[in-house]
Design a binder for this molecule. Structure first.
Ligand code: ADP
Ligand code: MG
Length: 334
């Protein structure tokens, strides 16, 4: 059987994970959350995460500037630290470069990488640099820290929780469609492209939510809520219900979809790369937490569904009726 018939998450769960469980100390969390968690002392833990970006798989060299790609390479990793509620402390960059690449490209890449590093006070601490025979290959790793009692795991959702997201969904997927289809310029493009090319990780928001006990589970939306909410349901052994009429959509995305006849909900649920956070919050505490959040960030916590008792699953409803949505989220091998 080929890898393409197996699925990204089956490869991780069935091949990568099982052989190592016996080597993992009881107080360490390995594969299965946005970061690995390793205790430092009785107060704090280290968080570790790493992500790979490969030319022609994750980006097209002519469709993203080197500056934007440098920014985004760090952003997608800081997003995983944000998803635990953590504080990023340092990054590592390993990069494979084709020998004919211009020096100005890598200088601009590092300017983008440095821009976000400076904004979030995350120094580059090391890495590796090699020649590549197959395009540009970028691997970033980030270490973060967090207080034990603030860690927000994918497995912490409880029946009765409200599921919420911090931003309208699908903008990045809309930006990707603009790039892939070479649509002529339109007013609705700028924000969608910005969110696709230079997503800003929700570190401050994640740390704020980490400080609230009644915020239970958290994950960053990298593959689309169709996939990311399934991770929460599976890890928490609970069912999730999403109310499609509650999914926040930007006016720019709606306009793009109207012009080019896309279903905005499909982009919102399965598009991916939004790099916002999805959280589950005690249903009784939601209104008050949403009010504090709004005061702090001048932005909404959008409730989009509920966690229920039951087998791990994600069900979509429209006006109370279950609807079938072909929206699993992104899987590299599906
Ligand atoms: P994220 O989207 O948050 O980066 P993924 O869905 O890519 O996370 O990965 C899910 C989990 O599987 C994470 O805990 C990640 O560290 C782990 N993982 C992914 N690929 C590998 C691998 N090749 N070896 C070990 N662990 C892996
Ligand atoms: Mg993640």
């Amino acid at each position: 059987m080929q890898i393409s018939g197996f699925g990204e998450f089956d490869i991780i769960e069935k091949i990568f994970k099982p052989g190592f469980d016996h080597l993992i100390p009881e107080d360490v969390t390995g594969i299965g959350d946005d970061c690995a968690i390793i205790p430092i002392d009785d107060k704090q833990s280290n968080l570790y995460t790493t992500d790979l970006l490969i030319e022609d798989i994750h980006f097209l060299r002519n469709s993203i500037t080197a500056f934007e790609l440098g920014f985004k390479s760090l952003a997608v990793n800081l997003s995983d630290i944000a998803a635990m509620g953590g504080k990023p402390e340092g990054s590592f960059l390993s990069i494979g470069l084709p020998p004919d690449l211009e020096i100005s490209w890598i200088e601009a890449f590092m300017q983008g990488f440095r821009k976000l590093s400076e904004k979030e006070y995350v120094p580059l601490l090391g890495g590796d640099t090699t020649k590549s025979s197959c395009g540009i290959v970028i691997n970033v790793g980030v270490r973060g820290t967090i207080l034990h009692q603030q860690i927000k795991r994918r497995s912490a959702a409880l029946p009765g929780d409200i599921i919420a997201v911090l931003d309208p969904l699908g903008n990045s997927a809309g930006g990707l469609q603009i790039i892939l289809n070479h649509y002529p310029d339109h007013d609705c493009h700028a924000n969608l492209l910005k969110q696709h090319l230079t997503p800003y990780p929700k570190i401050a928001e994640g740390r704020f939510l980490a400080g609230i006990n009644k915020v239970h589970a958290m994950i960053d939306v990298s593959d689309g809520i169709g996939s990311d909410l399934k991770h929460i349901a599976n890890a928490s052994d609970a069912a999730a219900e999403v109310y499609l009429e509650n999914i926040p959509l930007s006016t720019d995305l709606k306009e793009l979809c109207r012009l080019h006849k896309f279903d905005p909900l499909k982009l919102a649920v399965s598009g991916g790369e939004d790099y916002t956070l999805l959280v589950t919050i005690d249903g009784l505490a939601f209104d008050e937490i949403a009010m504090h959040y709004q005061k702090q960030f001048k932005s909404y916590l959008y409730p989009i569904g509920r966690i229920l008792e039951g087998e791990p699953s994600v069900v979509y409803k429209k006006n109370g009726e279950i609807v079938e949505l072909d929206a699993d989220g992104f899987d590299h091998f599906a």
